[in-house]
Design a protein around this ligand. Structure first.
Ligand SMILES: [Zn+2]
Ligand SMILES: [Zn+2]
Length: 261
């Protein structure tokens, strides 16, 4: 199969005066995660780093007002679509429950559908994602790129984020929420002053995944209780477009109804 060469691997869209959404449009939607660059007065943050097919930091530096400013990398969790470029950053933060996995990823490390565990693929299809062709990408980043050369590298954490910790960017500060259910060490970031929630894969406006390895519906139910108690103004999820509090409560109610059976 010959794939076209992508003009640009990453796209960016400013979602408020200090936050930029970054996507990999040539990655299949089921592994196309949202990355958020948040620029602060003291330091910048990148929340999640995509698949790792193409270096991310050089692209971020073209977006940042001050590319010399410190940037910290926060991994919301360690699935393949969220930690691909973590090794490019000097400061790497993750929840302790997934620190080992980030240091040495043990899950999917391939762009080929046939390398995905059949059960995982079925979970994605059952959740409502479209089927994938042979590859998770529909273009290559440059002429001569060999999809077989892809590996998910990971990198050891340089610090840990627990429930209640604060990620301080200067003029913006985010409280860490431990949100297990989709993964054991999943975290979200909540800014009390503005009600902005980065929900990662705990909550987004698309098919939620709760039935795979490391996942737990009882944990997810508790995570939703935590989210329901927040005064949220906007949710930036780990996938799909952002949404407001009414939609958040609708999504939660939808899955709670499924789990009640
Ligand atoms: Zn994801
Ligand atoms: Zn995930």
């Amino acid at each position: 199969m010959t794939l076209p060469v992508a003009n640009e691997w990453y796209t960016s869209k400013k979602i408020d005066d200090h936050t930029t959404l970054i996507l990999e449009p040539h990655v299949h939607v089921l592994e196309q995660a949202n990355m958020f660059l948040v620029e602060g007065s003291a330091r910048d943050m990148i929340l999640d780093t995509g698949m790792g097919i193409v270096p991310l930091k050089p692209f971020l530096d073209t977006l940042r007002a001050d590319p010399d400013k410190d940037i910290i990398c926060v991994s919301s969790h360690t699935h393949i679509d969220h930690i691909g470029c973590v090794h490019e950053f000097e400061t790497r933060l993750v929840h302790p429950a997934e620190a080992d996995e980030m240091a040495k990823p043990s899950g999917l490390s391939s762009l080929y559908r046939d390398d995905m565990p059949a059960r995982l693929l079925q979970i994605f299809l059952d959740a409502g994602y479209p089927p994938i062709d042979e590859l998770l990408i529909n273009a290559v980043p440059y002429e001569g790129y060999d999809p077989k050369s892809y590996v998910l590298r990971g990198a050891p954490a340089t610090g840990l984020l627990n429930e209640g910790d604060v990620v301080d960017l200067g003029d913006h500060t985010y409280t860490v929420l431990h949100l297990p259910g989709h993964s054991p060490g999943g975290i979200g970031l909540f800014e009390d002053a503005t009600g902005v929630l980065f929900g990662a894969d705990a909550i987004y406006d698309g098919p939620l995944i709760y039935d795979g390895p490391g996942m737990s519906v009882p944990d997810y139910i508790k995570t939703f209780e935590k989210l329901k108690a927040l005064e949220v103004s906007v949710v930036h999820g780990g996938h799909d477009p952002s949404f407001g509090p009414d939609r958040m409560h609708q999504i939660i109610a939808h899955y709670e109804a499924i789990w009640r059976g």
